[in-house]
Structures are given as structure tokens and as C-alpha cells.
Design a protein around this ligand. Structure first.
Ligand SMILES: [Cu+2]
Length: 259
């Protein structure tokens, strides 16, 4: 697969690199709620707590039906995650690390209990894997309504050589209907697909049904299929696009319209 088609000279957490990271003073044994947004234009990150684990309670602003214990959370462009973290007694500074997928670059903020010494952390770490859907398959969202949904296949198209990207059109929707879109990635890059104006639910990955998370952005890795479902209850038109902004401006965008 292709990963990281855009290079940057710095990767930032709260506008800072690891040369000069943000240091957040916290109480000893504090419970911290991390509210993270991947606000980058073209880079996926793994939120990484290192030796610690936390509880993933929400994605894209919606609670999970079942919180998950995690030590890392993949964040495609524009995805959000809420993680509860209990600082262990007697701990030093805890870096909340963000590792660029498929690469060694990283950034962090530091959680600092009273008096804990700050150590310098290299901006390069071990290579991070590309983001996949392993955690996505374990997320549980709301119960899926039993009423039938109209199914539409939406191919995601393009290639690195031409750097032209595209996606299939979504036919006009009928107000009040339930719709399922099967996003079929025919390319060798992953695409974080974002729908405006709605919440959708991840209901299948590669054809396997699941009661997945409620989201507004889902990653579709190379050659994989992700099916999302939503109610047409908020007349648009609404943009529906890859949130990798270079893919979006090169054509991977359409409009969801209500008849
Ligand atoms: Cu894309």
C-alpha cells in the first residue's frame, strides 16, 4: 500500500513539537480526560500511552456502548477520541504520544504531576504501523434499527501516479429513508471518509456485519470495504468527501442530496 503521500518538516501537538512540548500540570493520581482531534491535513496518527492504558469512551464525539481498554488509538485525519486516563501513584511525567502512521516521526504533550522531572524525548521513535481497522471492529455503538435500508455501492478511485482521486456519486436520497453506503476502496491509499450533516454507524467491514461505532468519519484502508448506515433526516445538500485534503481537492468529493 501507499502511505504518507505528503511530507512535513514538523508534526505538532497543540502547536508544539517534541523539542518544546506542551506540559500540562496535573494533580498526583489525577483522572484525566484526553479529548483528541486529528486536525492534520494529510497525516494519520496513533495516540499512544506507552506502558499505561486508558479507557476509550467516545469516538467522533459519540459515546461507545461499551468502553474499551486501550494503550493506543488510531486517529485518521479528522477523527476524534475521548480517553480516560488514571495517573498511577508515584508516576513521573507521562507523555501522551502521537506517532505518525507508517513512519518514525512523533509528537506529544506531557502530563506532569507535581515535582516530576521533565526528560527530553526524541522526535523519532520506532516505526509506527499503518492504521488499520482492528480497533474499529471491536467498537460497539448503538443498537441497529431493524427497518430495512437501501444499499448503495460507492467506489473510491484514484492512484498515486496520476494523483487524481475520485468517488462514486450517491443517488438522490428520499427524506426519511434509511440508507447504507458500501465504501469500496479500489486504491492503494487509505481514505478517511467524512459525511457532513449526519451521524452514521459502521455496520459492516469487508462484508462482515457489526454493531459498530457512531461516527462522522471512518477510515477505508486500501482495497477494503466499509459499510455505513444513516437516516436521511437532515435535508442537505451535504459534502461527502475524503478528509485527506489533497485527495479532496483532487476530486474525492461528492454531494449527498435529498430529493
Ligand atoms: Cu483520500
Amino acid at each position: 500500500m501507499d502511505v504518507n503521500d505528503i511530507e512535513y518538516d514538523a508534526y505538532l501537538a497543540n502547536d508544539r513539537t517534541l523539542d518544546d512540548p506542551e506540559v500540562v500540570a496535573i494533580e498526583a493520581r489525577a483522572r484525566v480526560r484526553l479529548r483528541v482531534i486529528n486536525g492534520s491535513a494529510a497525516t494519520g496518527f496513533h495516540l499512544d500511552l506507552g506502558e499505561l492504558s486508558g479507557t476509550l469512551v467516545a469516538v467522533d464525539g459519540d459515546d461507545l456502548a461499551e468502553p474499551l481498554r486501550v494503550s493506543s488509538v488510531p486517529l485518521a485525519v479528522s477523527q476524534r477520541a475521548d480517553v480516560l486516563l488514571d495517573m498511577p501513584a508515584g508516576t513521573g511525567v507521562v507523555p501522551v504520544m502521537f506517532r505518525r502512521e507508517g513512519a518514525r516521526e512523533r509528537t506529544a504533550i506531557l502530563l506532569r504531576p507535581p515535582g516530576a522531572p521533565i526528560r527530553r524525548i526524541s522526535e523519532l521513535g520506532d516505526p509506527a504501523p499503518a492504521i488499520g481497522l482492528e480497533l474499529e471492529t471491536r467498537m460497539r455503538g448503538p443498537a441497529i434499527p431493524v427497518r430495512p435500508a437501501r444499499s448503495v455501492i460507492v467506489p473510491l478511485t484514484g492512484d498515486m501516479a496520476s494523483y487524481r482521486w475520485g468517488m462514486g456519486d450517491v443517488p438522490p436520497l428520499r427524506r426519511g429513508e434509511r440508507i447504507e453506503l458500501e465504501l469500496r476502496n479500489t486504491t492503494m491509499m487509505s481514505h478517511p471518509m467524512h459525511l457532513h450533516g449526519h451521524r452514521f454507524q459502521v455496520v459492516a467491514i469487508d462484508g462482515r456485519r457489526l454493531q459498530g461505532a457512531s461516527r462522522d468519519t471512518v477510515l477505508v484502508p486500501p482495497m477494503q470495504r466499509v459499510t455505513i448506515a444513516f437516516e436521511a433526516d437532515n435535508p442537505g445538500p451535504w459534502p461527502f468527501h475524503c478528509h485527506h485534503l489533497y485527495h479532496q481537492v483532487r476530486g474525492m468529493e461528492t454531494l449527498v442530496r435529498y430529493a
